[in-house]
Design a protein around this ligand. Structure first.
Ligand code: GDP
Ligand code: MG
Length: 208
């Protein structure tokens, strides 16, 4: 990560995108990163990331956001590329082999924040949020800034998860919450900024 750090930046923050396949993570990221979006030149572990420099107060922050490259890895979605990763699940799909843990832990390692995304038109993606949270807390630690994101809010007519549900769950779990539309570019900038500002607040408090 050090080689990507601009001298003029005050901070480099890593954050991750998680959530079921198809909820809109990659579209949220490309919206946010705009033309600065770029692929990792060596996506050996099926991870892409993008950078964007953001001003918070008088500080310049380089946000490095990691995305799963379409290979969400979890015990419940099982969206796993076995050929690439050589992963093996046991019969109950509940125990990972060590290699999976290595990939997952490198995805989360050093991350200070996460956008945990579900699709408001796909109830199952909301129901899996609590499982993503378990993984997040296991691999990312307890101190991460987590924003629960209900994406595709442009599709009101197909809504399967009420805004109040998402909001209520986020409150219970101590997460921030926002509904977004990557398609209509609603709240996308806001959701990333909220996460980055919170990370900054936490980091600067710790260094006092
Ligand atoms: P990922 O698998 O979580 O990375 O999801 P993608 O970003 O690849 O999006 C999955 C599908 O949902 C694509 O067909 C997108 O065009 C669509 N999509 C993503 N965000 C939105 C949104 O905000 N509104 C609508 N209507 N479709 C979206
Ligand atoms: Mg994707």
């Amino acid at each position: 990560m050090a080689d990507a750090f601009d001298e003029e930046c005050d901070y480099l923050f890593k954050a991750v995108l998680i959530g079921d396949s198809g909820v809109g993570k990659s579209n949220l990221l490309s919206r946010f990163a705009k033309d600065e979006f770029r692929l990792d030149s060596k996506p050996t572990i099926g991870v892409e990331f993008a950078y964007r420099n953001i001003k918070v107060g008088d500080k310049l922050i380089k946000a490095q956001i990691w995305d799963t490259a379409g290979q969400e890895r979890s015990e419940f979605s099982c969206m796993v590329d076995h050929a690439n990763f050589g992963l093996v699940f046991n019969e109950s799909f509940r125990v990972f082999k060590p290699r999976f843990r290595a990939i997952t832990s490198s995805y989360y390692r050093g991350a200070l924040g996460a956008l945990l995304v579900y699709d408001i038109t796909m109830r199952s993606s909301y129901e899996n949020v609590s499982k993503w949270l378990v993984e997040l807390r296991e691999f990312g630690g307890q101190d991460m800034v987590v924003v629960l994101v209900g994406n595709k809010c442009d599709l009101e007519q197909s809504r399967e998860v009420e805004k109040e549900e998402g909001k209520g769950f986020a409150e219970t779990e101590g997460l921030c919450f926002m509904e977004t539309s990557a398609l209509k570019n609603l709240n996308v900038e806001e959701v990333f900024l909220q996460m980055i500002t919170k990370i900054y607040d936490m980091t600067s408090q710790k260094s006092l």
